[in-house]
Design a protein around this ligand. Structure first.
Ligand SMILES: [Zn+2]
Length: 322
């Protein structure tokens, strides 16, 4: 029940009852209502700023968890990058130099990274920088791994070819030459034994008795097994990769034209046919059509010391055998 209020009237010296108009009552109620609303809003703002709702708490936890995860991923990617750096270095400096291939260009290795700023759609979020960095790094790693695996594919092909090439290139002496005693005359200017003038000697001579076995010095295909006035009976092998070898003054053949031979196969026998002073083998190597010194193609046979001695013997001989 509402209290009845009175006001003291000084003229009549009596109390008059205070009567409220409906309007003033409504105004008063409205004032109370607005006032309490303002206070409520004030408290709500205070509460919202300083106290999280359970859902907000959950989200906040989740964000910090994700941030942590991202940071961990970044750290791991950094470690992967170090490994990739090492792989790249070995690739460029070791494998590619073994196979005489050019290093993968750095432009190709870093293609598709950096430059234009990607992932712009992530801008504006508070952790955008972290997410963008991580995504960019991931993309860069993916690209580098792709380039690296491509490079390895190439190296596998190179290695396979190299094996084939190593079998083909002349690499042994054409006859058994223990103690190098059969080395007679080397590559270079020599006195011709028959013309008695200084002439270019395009190969290396090995003295040996008639009938001594002559070996193919590398894998290849016989392109000639025939006779000629100067070389006598001779065999030529095409080894591919720019190399051919010729074996002259033979006594007889053990191969036919068109036949494929492997290194060490007996292709014929030492003789004294053609322009020859005595039974010996004249051995020539051509690389891309030009004569080269066979002394440099015995890597499978000679130690460094033996090589020195052979060079000495073959260059001291003033006269060749053909
Ligand atoms: Zn010769």
């Amino acid at each position: 029940m509402a209290k009845t209020k009175f006001r003291f009237n000084q003229e009549t010296l009596s109390y008059d009852r205070i009567r409220h108009s409906a309007k003033s009552v409504i105004l008063k109620i409205a004032a109370y209502f607005v006032g309490s609303l303002i206070i409520a809003a004030f408290y709500y703002v205070i509460w919202a700023v300083f106290v999280d709702s359970p859902k907000e708490k959950l989200l906040r936890n989740e964000i910090s968890q994700l941030t942590l995860q991202y940071e961990l991923i970044q750290k791991e990617m950094g470690e992967i990058e170090v490994v990739l750096d090492q792989l790249q270095e070995t690739d460029d400096n070791l494998y590619r130099s073994i196979f005489e291939a050019d290093p993968v260009s750095s432009a190709y290795r870093t293609a598709g990274t950096g430059g234009v700023r990607r992932y712009r759609e992530l801008d504006g979020y508070s952790n955008a920088q972290l997410v963008m960095e991580t995504t960019e790094k991931l993309n860069m790693l993916r690209n580098r791994i792709y380039v690296q695996s491509k490079s390895y594919d190439e190296l596998v092909v190179l290695a396979e070819n190299k094996e084939d090439m190593l079998r083909a290139v002349p690499a042994i002496m054409p006859i058994s030459n223990k103690d190098l005693k059969r080395t007679a005359s080397g590559f270079g200017l020599r006195i011709h034994p028959i013309y008695k003038i200084v002439m270019m000697h395009n190969g290396m001579d090995f003295t040996a008795p008639t009938g001594t076995e002559i070996y193919a010095t590398g894998d290849g295909k016989i392109t000639a097994a025939t006779s000629q006035k100067g070389l006598g009976n001779y065999v030529t092998i095409d080894h591919g990769y720019g190399y051919t070898t010729t074996y002259a003054h033979m006594n007889g053949f053990n191969v036919r034209r068109g036949q494929r031979v492997k290194r060490g196969d007996v292709i014929g026998y030492v003789g004294n046919t053609g322009l020859s002073l005595a039974p010996h083998l004249h051995y020539e190597i051509k690389y891309n059509g030009n004569y080269v010194d066979p002394a440099n193609f015995y890597f499978n046979d000679l130690t460094a010391d033996e090589y020195e001695r052979m060079i000495e013997i073959s260059s001291n001989a003033g006269q060749s055998f053909d």
